[in-house]
Design a protein around this ligand. Structure first.
Ligand code: PEP
Ligand code: MG
Length: 806
């Protein structure tokens, strides 16, 4: 592979450009060395300039590569690079490139990672301006690439489904996937053709979401062609910024997306506008510039301090998000370029930070997917710093006594984290995606939310709107019947406090436990009268984390949960990363079938230290609390896995170790598995999806994803029998436990505890308390005897009615 040297006047510029380029090639990147700046001042600040000896040293350090391409920014960088050729000691072939610095670097890195020669990489870099020219209309459609289509080539067609089409990141993925193989891509709409190994040529295609592309390859490159087709079908991993079940269409590339389920109705209130764009104004006189830099740094420190204080007062996701935003306010990548603009050009501090933030936000946006959603966080920090510098009041969430629907362009994480669900009944934002912080926090607060609702701010304040956080619908002026239906739903969903432990009419105890995700949820569950926690989805605390949480942080988070249930049971589920809830620090990259992949307990195969650290943190937190702490592992399929998790728990002194029954394999071998653990909890959500082979995220398959399916009921019955035989407690913690009718069927099958959202507890308690244990057994028998899901439901319902009458 060739090596690359980036020569620039500014170390920061070069490093940022290299970082950007390397993001495009997660694996097997070429070596890229930076030769930038001309040393440092006495106070440690970098001297802008270039130095031929540094360039020569970088070239010599790449002497063992297959050639070195040197990219330069401007002026003396070129002179230094030329002079460096005289100074190098090594014999490696070196080529100076006239390519534009940033675009050229990006194109060169991607092409080089595919093993292209020095000549090929140099050519790629030098044509790197073509896409930008095409985009802003400075040239006609890009010239077709030289990729040929011969009669013997294999050809596949696929439609681009990711929102931004073949932009820079997908182009890099395609080029990396094909390496130097002979693969070509043609856009059916325009006929434009490109060599798929060339990211620049791919960008030049201007292929958009909804475009059909034709991928062709020589027969020997079948594997590369298949890889490209798979990438296209997968939307380059960027489809999750759009509704999951539907590919966006060309006519409607951006649709509102429901990101936090539930329906609510209320009057629209706009989030007060943020700060205005600062004027460019006249350049500051030289002697005033140092003071302006100090003013900028003070304002940023003040903003960071404020966010840190809010983080300290917050819990769960909100805390992590506020801490991350505070870090951004101290980030040199934002502040240093702003300071440089003040010093070099006399820009005012507000304007300088505005411009610097725009650059950072643009870089993040260009990377697409989840990273792009962080651009909103940068703009939030920018607004806060500008407000602090100019003495403006930041709008923030309006303070109203009456409930309302909050509509905003985007919500700053710091604002979302402090929303009061009692007054904000729903959220609608014009920007954002399902993984934006707004969405994450809205879900944790239980506030229905819709993002990507373009034009939502055009709905006048005061208009009554219906917000459906499941379908993404935002409907102004709903009719009276809809208003009444939503009000009834809200009343039914309001948790009613349980005042006695769960039991059948004849006193057979069935623990009614809560499913929670953080301390706030635990406190609410305790308030609603839950007897304990049957499922603490610990991964909910760390959904947005790039790095594994440390021991101290985990101990603190777990302690807060345990403290809500003194003397009572709390079952912590170990991190269940994967599929619908990836943890960036743990989830396997790009799996074809993530629900069948390295998720749940399986992540410990790759990262056993993460599981061990979590267990140690749970044990440490439990030691200081009176809660009866139990631990269970998700997605267990074999006896070996069950034994392994029990052994790990025992090793850190955790007395009660269980597993979830979520796979048909675990249910079918229940006798073995239950004999090896202290308890089990049936995760009916996953058990149903795996038994019925129907992805639980796909609404179209809801009839299959039904826990009343006879196959699922049979497996639950088998597990209960194994529980009796081995003396192992069996609980249910999937959504099915919240269905009162099914809950009593489970009790009839032998389930001893039911764990659910606290909102469902009172309805389940009521039906449970209306039946004797024998009647529950009767309901279970008729349900098990049915041949279809609807027959099972109907039979149990008739048996319940008969029992109520009798
Ligand atoms: C389940 O699968 O039923 C379960 C409770 O786990 P989760 O929904 O978190 O996958
Ligand atoms: Mg599960």
């Amino acid at each position: 592979m060739i090596g690359i040297v980036a020569v620039s006047h500014s170390l920061q510029l070069a490093e940022a450009a290299v970082r950007l380029a390397l993001q495009m090639v997660p694996t097997e990147a070429p070596r890229v060395l930076v030769a930038a700046g001309a040393g440092t001042e006495k106070d440690g600040s970098p001297i802008i300039g270039t130095d031929a000896t540094r360039v020569a040293a970088a070239i010599d350090a790449l002497a063992d590569t297959d050639g070195v391409l040197v990219l330069m920014d401007l002026g003396s960088a070129v002179l230094s690079a030329e002079l460096a050729l005289e100074l190098t000691a090594s014999a490696v072939e070196v080529r100076l490139s006239a390519a534009p610095f940033v675009e050229g670097l990006l194109a060169a890195v991607v092409r080089a990672s595919g093993g292209a020669t020095l000549t090929e990489v140099a050519a790629e870099a030098e044509s790197a301006l073509a896409p930008k020219r095409g985009q802003i209309g400075q040239s006609a459609m890009p010239a077709p690439s030289s990729a040929a289509i011969g009669a013997d080539r294999i050809v596949e067609r696929a439609t681009l489904v990711n929102p931004l089409g073949l932009h820079v990141r997908p182009a890099a993925l395609v080029a990396t996937a094909v390496r130097s193989a002979d693969v070509a891509i043609r856009v059916t709409r325009t006929g434009a053709l490109a060599n798929a190994a060339s990211p620049t040529a791919l960008l030049s295609l201007g292929a958009r979401c909804g475009d059909e592309i034709e991928i062709s390859a020589a027969p020997a490159a079948r594997a590369e062609l298949d890889r490209v087709v798979a990438l296209v079908i997968d939307g380059f991993g960027e489809r999750d910024t759009e509704p999951a079940a539907e590919a966006p269409t060309r006519a409607d590339p951006r649709r509102p997306v429901g990101v936090s389920a539930g329906r609510a109705i209320g009057p629209v209130v706009h989030l007060s506008s943020t700060v205005g764009e600062p004027d460019r104004g006249r350049a500051l006189v030289t002697h005033a510039r140092a003071a302006e830099v100090a003013r900028l740094r003070d304002a940023a420190a003040q903003v960071a301090g404020d966010l840190e204080a809010r983080a300290a007062a917050a819990r769960g996701e909100a805390r992590g998000i506020l801490t991350a935003t505070a870090l951004m306010a101290r980030d040199p990548a934002l502040l240093d370029p702003a300071a440089a603009s003040i010093v070099d050009d006399g820009t005012s501090a507000p304007r300088a930070v505005w411009d610097a933030a725009a650059e950072v936000a643009e870089t993040l946006s260009a990377l697409g997917g989840r990273i792009a959603e962080r651009a909103a966080d940068v703009r939030d920090v920018r607004n806060r710093v500008v407000a602090a510098l100019t003495g403006q009041m930041l709008g923030g969430v309006p303070d109203r006594a009456e409930p309302f629907v909050l509509v905003a362009r985007d919500l700053a994480p710091a604002d979302t984290a402090t929303l009061d669900p009692a007054t904000v009944t729903a959220l609608v934002t014009e920007e954002g995606g399902p993984t934006s912080h707004t969405a994450i926090i809205a879900r944790s607060l239980g506030i229905p939310a819709v993002v990507a609702a373009t034009g939502a701010l055009d709905i006048p304040e005061g208009t009554i709107v219906l917000v459906d956080g499941s379908t993404g619908e935002v409907r102004p002026n709903p009719d009276a019947a809809t208003v009444a239906a939503v009000a009834a739903e809200a009343a039914a969903a309001r948790p009613v406090r349980l005042d006695a432990p769960g039991a059948t009419r004849d006193g057979h105890p069935v623990a009614l436990l809560a499913n929670i995700g953080d301390a706030r949820g635990a406190e609410a569950a305790a308030e609603a009268g839950a007897e304990g926690v049957g499922l603490f989805r610990s991964e909910f605390l760390f959904l947005d984390r790039a790095d594994a949480p440390g021991r101290a942080e985990q101990v603190e988070a777990y302690r807060a949960v345990f403290a809500a249930f003194p003397g009572r049971k709390v079952v912590v589920r170990t991190l269940d990363a994967g599929a619908d809830k990836p943890l960036p620090f743990l989830t396997a990259d790009a799996e074809e079938n993530p629900a069948l992949g390295v998720r749940g307990l399986r992540t410990a195969r790759r990262r056993p230290e993460v599981l061990n650290e979590q267990l140690a943190a749970i044990a440490e937190a439990a030691a200081g609390e009176t809660a009866d702490v139990q631990v269970m592992a998700p997605m267990v399929a074999t006896l070996d896995e069950a034994r392994d998790v029990v052994a790990r728990c025992r090793a850190v002194g955790l007395a009660s170790a269980g597993i979830m029954i979520e796979t048909p394999a675990a249910a079918l071998r229940a006798d073995d598995l239950l004999g090896a653990v202290d308890f089990v909890s049936i995760g009916t959500n996953d058990l149903t999806q795996y038994t019925m082979a129907a992805d639980r995220m796909i609404g179209e398959l809801a009839d299959l994803n039904d826990p009343w399916q006879p196959a699922v009921l049979q497996l639950v019955a088998d597990v209960c029998r194994a529980g009796e035989r081995t003396g192992t407690p069996v609980g249910v913690c999937g959504e099915a436990a919240a269905d009162p009718l099914l809950a009593v069927v489970f009790v009839g099958l032998g389930v001893g505890s039911l764990s659910m959202t606290p909102r469902a507890m009172s309805a389940v308690a009521e039906v449970l308390g209306s039946l004797t244990r024998a009647e529950c057994v009767r309901l279970a028998e008729v349900a098990l005897a049915a041949s279809t899901a609807s027959e099972a439901r109907a039979a149990a319902k008739s048996a319940l009615e008969a029992a109520s009458v009798g």
